[in-house]
Design a protein around this ligand. Structure first.
Ligand SMILES: [Zn+2]
Length: 396
């Protein structure tokens, strides 16, 4: 029961910030939000001589300055530029309101052992080790400095390991892009800044949870390690870290822009071709709503049926469910939503069942497959689905 309350609480966050899917709008990278962690009454990790909040602010401002100086077509937005306290949910909101294309959260690490050192980059996902979970718990504990954190985060307890597991289920729409940026950052840290590369990792960070774009959380080094603290305190150390992230960002932007360019070309070609088609055969235009042909959802089995499916692909043109790219997948269905065809596998009555199907898709290589909820085949917010299920369980 306790677990269900946690699940419900976390999902309710989605009602406040509805999930939108970046997978649907592959775009050019034009706006980046840089998020210096902590600030004000929240010092973050505390070293012998410095506080995390001050170091990450310096690095963030340098990073923003490099981007503004060298990339004319990118707008830089900060979640803070002074030593002020900004709530975690507000940081995500700033990124969402500004329709950012990438979110970079800057942090420094601390460990009980003064020997731990090096840089690591996290993306939102399920932690694979206790160590990763500990980093997320430490960063999420920032909400303890907020006045109404129990209310704002719906009873979320930063010390609960279960809460972190639920995180990964609904929020994988940006996983591939986030991973790509994270590994570019680690490459630069290792090859150009000479840092110890601790790798790309996943864990459930509250600050990444509600963003509707790819995002990373950088742990630039350990303030608990005297040598690394000294490095991070120096102007040149901070400049090395900032320029490594800048170069990674420039590479990421080039990759994403090239992809967006190619997609735009495909869409333009298609539009030209279909205009020619329809001028020759004005009666052959396809209706936009499709519900009953092959691959569409079958009728719901009961009135007000709630179910979960695992979404793995989105296209602007309809594909046959026998298409070669779907080979080896069973139980494919599609639905038409917000102007796009969205492909799913499986149909589950519970979140647990859906998570098994999602896991199977991840093992087949569809690493960004995620769970979507439906009521009578209409897509609804996962939080709404959970609320209905919980209400039914308490009033059978
Ligand atoms: Zn931090």
């Amino acid at each position: 029961m306790k677990r269900q309350i946690i699940i419900f609480g976390i999902l309710s966050l989605l009602l406040v910030c509805p999930l939108t899917l970046n997978a649907d709008k592959h775009g050019f990278v034009r706006t980046v939000v840089i998020d210096p962690g902590h600030g004000g009454r929240d010092p973050g990790a505390v070293g012998r001589k410095v506080k995390e909040k001050d170091i990450v602010l310096e690095i963030s401002l340098k990073l923003g300055q490099y981007i503004e100086e060298y990339l004319d077509d990118v707008e830089v937005i900060y979640t803070r530029t002074t030593d002020e306290f900004v709530e975690l949910h507000r940081r995500a909101q700033i990124a969402n309101e500004n329709k950012a294309d990438l979110f970079i959260s800057m942090h420094c690490n601390a460990s009980p052992s003064s020997r731990a050192y090096g840089a690591e980059t996290f993306v939102m996902g399920l932690h694979r080790s206790k160590e990763n979970l500990e980093v997320a718990k430490k960063e999420n504990a920032s909400i303890l400095y907020e006045d109404d954190y129990l209310e704002t985060y719906d009873g979320y307890d930063p010390n609960s390991p279960e809460a972190n597991i639920i995180f990964s289920m609904f929020q994988n729409a940006y996983l591939n892009q986030s991973l790509s940026m994270a590994s570019l950052v680690q490459d630069q840290f290792r090859d150009r800044a000479g840092r110890n590369d601790r790798g790309v990792k996943q864990a459930g960070f509250l600050v990444l949870y509600n963003i509707t774009m790819p995002g990373i959380l950088v742990e630039a080094g350990f303030l608990s390690n005297p040598a690394e603290e000294k490095y991070l305190m120096t102007e040149s150390g901070q400049a090395y870290i900032a320029s490594a992230i800048f170069r990674a960002f420039r590479d990421y932007k080039n990759q994403q822009d090239a992809m967006a360019e190619r997609q735009l070309a495909v869409v333009n070609n298609y539009n030209t071709a279909s205009q020619e088609d329809s001028s020759q055969n004005p009666t052959t235009q396809q209706p936009t709503e499709i519900t009953k042909d092959e691959g569409g959802f079958e009728q719901p089995t009961s009135e007000n049926e709630i179910c979960f499916r695992v979404q793995f692909a989105t296209t602007s043109q309809k594909r046959s469910i026998d298409a070669p790219e779907f080979k080896g997948l069973e139980g494919i269905s599609y639905y038409f939503h917000e102007g796009l065809y969205k492909y799913t596998v499986g149909k589950a009555q519970t979140l647990e069942e859906a998570s098994v199907i999602q896991q199977g898709m991840h093992e087949k290589g569809f690493t960004d497959a995620f769970v979507v909820a439906f009521k009578n085949n209409e897509r609804i917010a996962p939080a709404k689905a959970m609320r209905i299920i919980n209400q039914r369980a308490s009033n059978p």
